[in-house]
Design a protein around this ligand. Structure first.
Ligand SMILES: [Zn+2]
Ligand SMILES: [Zn+2]
Length: 217
């Protein structure tokens, strides 16, 4: 059975997720840990639960989602996977990290570019990556149909959507991708977003002020 643990890290209040199953193999998704206490919180959870991280995944590569990449890579010696469309997004981070107040940021590099639909496996679990661009050009969400769970990154939030005013962002692209890709998932799928509380596809389909039925779409 798939288990999920969430952390909220860094001044952007970014949600970091650890997914693991009965084999105790795990993936770490979007580690936003930056200071010593945040890194210790992630490290201690993995240690106490005797997990073996096998992959580091980024939904997308904005600074708040990649601050802990190098810590995770150095600590667990695991490969970094994300979509190729995020390569320029990740490369840009080191040019603005200091200005954003993160002078200790250390660059990381992909070991593998995930293609949409390519199974992302750990333990007995297989996640399905779905490309949902618009907030960022190569933004993936990770869907696990058997447990009706989707790691949504900064695509769909409870009552909101990802901002589209950053480089590589496009509002219409995001609206279209949410409606055609995310809203195609079953309504009882829980979305665990990059910021704020979890929600469901069904709830947002009706109530979301940007893409919900009440907006007239
Ligand atoms: Zn973002
Ligand atoms: Zn974010």
């Amino acid at each position: 059975m798939l288990q999920i643990k969430s952390f909220t890290f860094n001044p952007f209040a970014e949600n970091t997720y650890v997914l693991y199953d009965d084999t105790l193999e795990a993936v770490i998704i979007d580690p936003g840990c930056y200071d010593k206490d945040e890194k210790a919180e992630l490290f201690d959870f993995i240690k106490i639960n005797q997990l073996t991280p096998v992959k580091l995944l980024n939904t997308h590569c904005h600074i708040d989602h990649v601050l802990g990449n190098t810590f995770v890579i150095n600590t667990y010696d695991i490969p970094l996977w994300f979509h190729q469309g995020e390569e320029p997004v990740l490369r840009a981070v080191s040019t603005y990290a200091s200005n954003y107040g993160f002078p200790q940021y250390q660059e990381s590099h992909a070991n593998h570019y995930i293609k949409e639909g390519e199974p992302v496996q750990f333990g007995n679990t297989s996640l399905k990556p779905i490309l949902v661009p618009g907030h960022a050009p190569g933004h993936l969400v990770f869907y696990h149909a058997p447990s009706k769970l989707c790691i949504g990154g900064d695509t769909l939030f409870q009552g909101s959507i990802g901002r589209t005013d950053l480089p590589g962002g496009d509002h219409d692209t995001l609206l279209d991708a949410i409606k055609t890709k995310l809203f195609a998932l079953p309504e009882d799928v829980t979305v665990y977003p990059g910021h704020g509380p979890a929600t469901t596809i069904g709830h947002e389909k009706v109530n979301n002020p940007f893409v919900g039925q009440r907006t007239g779409y």
